[in-house]
Design a protein around this ligand. Structure first.
Ligand code: ING
Length: 311
């Protein structure tokens, strides 16, 4: 039987620094309702979807920094989103700043969760590739301090069998690294979900500003094609606290073709009907890893060639 699922990409426009969690969750619920009305099984929200993208500011007061983090998921502010999703029988992927206690220590991650139609958190991912810098650069128009505020993710790239397919997650800068897709590809991924907050001007690397839109789609289309998977990439977009963020949220097919894209910089839902069995065509032919991939001939060292079993 053909495995069809309808997926939504719920792009968010700017979130003001002073915007309450409750007000943002209201926007998420509005998009989730739209997704349900368009018969979505699953809706993907952006990276750090509950607050403004706070790594753009240098902060020293830990309480102020931690005000942007969630200590529990769901918590009081996000429970209405979970409840509405359960009521409507729709799964979702949500990016947020996670404050966790691990090994008697406090850890802070740029995280995303995958929640099934029954409201169960079936998967969690913590961002591995943290771009930007950890030091204060007051000469720049804005900072990019993920290395200061977040620990490197410690969960790896994984896949989860849920909602009729093999799902995977990554976050923002991860989408620029081929390893991100390949590790999930080796674990059989059929839909990679990701959110991003991407400034259109990158102060520490301005030479590619005019190519930001191109690079955004290039990396997701390549990742999809080379690993025979769908990719759903969803922006926080628009002029957020004086920083212009890229839009261009998109859904990419295993062929590498873009099959849906936003056309605004605000809250906007895109949807597509995914035929998950399409992934098998490439996985069993051009990108049949077992038949064609020869890592023992790549010149890698032994530790980098361990086989990876799907979850
Ligand atoms: N943002 C950006 C991203 O990778 C960036 C940072 C932009 C890095 C452009 C390099 C070039 O999309 C986050 N949050 O990772």
């Amino acid at each position: 039987m053909t495995r069809l699922i309808t997926v939504g990409g719920a792009q968010l426009g700017p979130i003001a620094r002073a915007e309450s969690r409750q007000a943002v969750v209201r926007r998420l619920i509005d998009l989730l309702i739209q997704a349900h009305e368009r018969r979505c099984d699953l809706v993907v929200f952006p990276e750090i979807a509950l607050t403004t993208f706070f790594p753009r500011w240098w902060m020293e007061d830990q309480d102020e920094i931690d005000s942007f983090f969630e200590r529990e998921m769901p918590g009081s502010a996000t429970r209405p989103l979970f409840e509405e999703a359960i009521r409507r029988g729709i799964g979702f992927c949500l990016g947020f700043a996670e404050l966790a206690r691990e090994d008697e220590a406090t850890r802070r991650y740029n995280s995303a969760i995958l929640v099934d139609k029954a409201g169960k958190v079936v998967g969690k991912y913590r961002k591995v590739h943290l771009p930007g810098h950890a030091d204060h650069r007051p000469e720049m128009p804005f900072q990019h301090l993920e290395k200061r505020y977040f620990d490197v993710g410690n969960l790896g790239f994984n896949t989860w069998r849920t909602m009729g397919g093999v799902m995977g997650m990554c976050i923002c800068n991860d989408r620029r690294w081929p390893e991100t897709y390949r590790v999930m590809g080796l674990k059989g991924v059929e839909v990679v979900m990701l959110g991003y907050n991407t400034p259109t001007h990158v102060p520490w690397m301005p030479i590619y500003d005019h190519l930001n839109d191109f690079h955004n789609h290039l990396c997701m289309q390549a990742g999809a094609y080379q690993n025979a998977t769908y990719v759903v990439g969803v922006a926080k977009a628009g002029n957020e606290e004086g920083c212009m963020l890229l839009g261009g949220s998109t859904i990419v097919a295993p062929s590498g073709e873009i099959i849906a894209m936003t056309t605004t910089l605000g809250d906007e839902l895109i949807t597509a009907r995914l035929d998950l069995d399409l992934c098998a065509f490439s996985k069993n032919a051009i990108f049949n890893f077992a038949q064609h991939r020869r890592i023992e001939h790549y010149g890698l060292i032994a530790t980098q060639t361990a086989a990876i079993a799907p979850d």
